[in-house]
Design a protein around this ligand. Sequence first.
Ligand SMILES: Cc1cc2nc3c(=O)[nH]c(=O)nc-3n(C[C@H](O)[C@H](O)[C@H](O)COP(=O)(O)O)c2cc1C
Length: 336
Amino acid sequence: MNLKPLKFGTVTIDFPVVLAPMAGYTDAAFRSICKENGAGACYTEVTSAEGIRRDSLKTFQLLKVSELDHPIAGHIFGKSVEAMVEASQYIEQLGCFDWIDLNCGCPVKKVVRRGAGAALMKEPEEIGEIVRAVKKAVSLPVSVKTRIGFSPSFPDHLTIAKIVEDAGADMIAVHGRYACNFHGGPADWEKLGEIKRALKIPVIGNGGVVTPEEAVEMVRVSGVDGVMIGRGAVGNPWLFDQIKNPSLPAPSLGKRRETIETHLLRLVELTTATAAGRSRKVGFEPEPAACLHFRPHLAQYIKGLRGRRDLLQQLNAMRDVKTVMNAVDKVMEQNQ
Ligand SMILES: Cc1cc2nc3c(=O)[nH]c(=O)nc-3n(C[C@H](O)[C@H](O)[C@H](O)COP(=O)(O)O)c2cc1C
């Protein structure tokens, strides 16, 4: 697909088709798999600015990055300007992030109740205040991930986007759905186009891309500078390379198996490192925990294959890599 490298501040994304932040999914293990398969950049899972302030161990684990991740954004949410500034300074000090991304679109109740995430879109001036303060406090580039609005009756997409730009953000990624619709229904790529035409900073479009054709269509309709992919990459990390090179064949069963195993082994490694940092180790075994965490990924990796239903029925009882991979092999054999 014809997309130019996307530049903002000190960041260059050579191939601007990027992995969306997804809590519970886009840990370092999955990010590395997507990066190896062509994703141009990625974000951490959403991390609480207040958590960083409180010294929460869980929060710091969300900020673990690997060499494969770059360029990568530290993606944070919060309501107070002070917490967002402190968290951004902390992320900058870590020295392993390429930019800072501010979440202004998460519709999850516990986030919105605190006035953070998507709730900020109801008072877009607050987004402006946060962006201005964070920009002043750090030297890393700063972006915002937002939506086309909280609901159709709240300040419109152009108002929010202009506030973000005027406050000094270096880039904006917009999910083309209202927060009140969570992740359902079609994304509005026309509105992404209106935002693109109204702003000078780069705009990444997000929402509803699960095939290479849809990535091309989003860019055609909206003219955005980059495409962000969330659920379409789960179980299909090859999508990035397929967008880059549409003549690539679908991955073979052997390739799928290899990716599943690599992903699961990296998750075990990550979970083991996480466990090593815990003060309370009672009842926490890394390999079973990684196998449980891997379930939604595996369900997507084997989508459309014969034998999937049987595997999914036994999945909850599978607590080690060998058992999971034996079950995967059985599925692959049925589809030779
Ligand atoms: C399970 C899940 C977790 C998500 N977590 C985050 C998050 O932490 N931060 C964020 O900005 N968006 C989050 N999102 C939204 C995605 O980044 C993306 O905007 C949304 O899925 C739409 O893109 P898609 O249609 O390509 O999936 C999440 C979405 C899902 C499905």
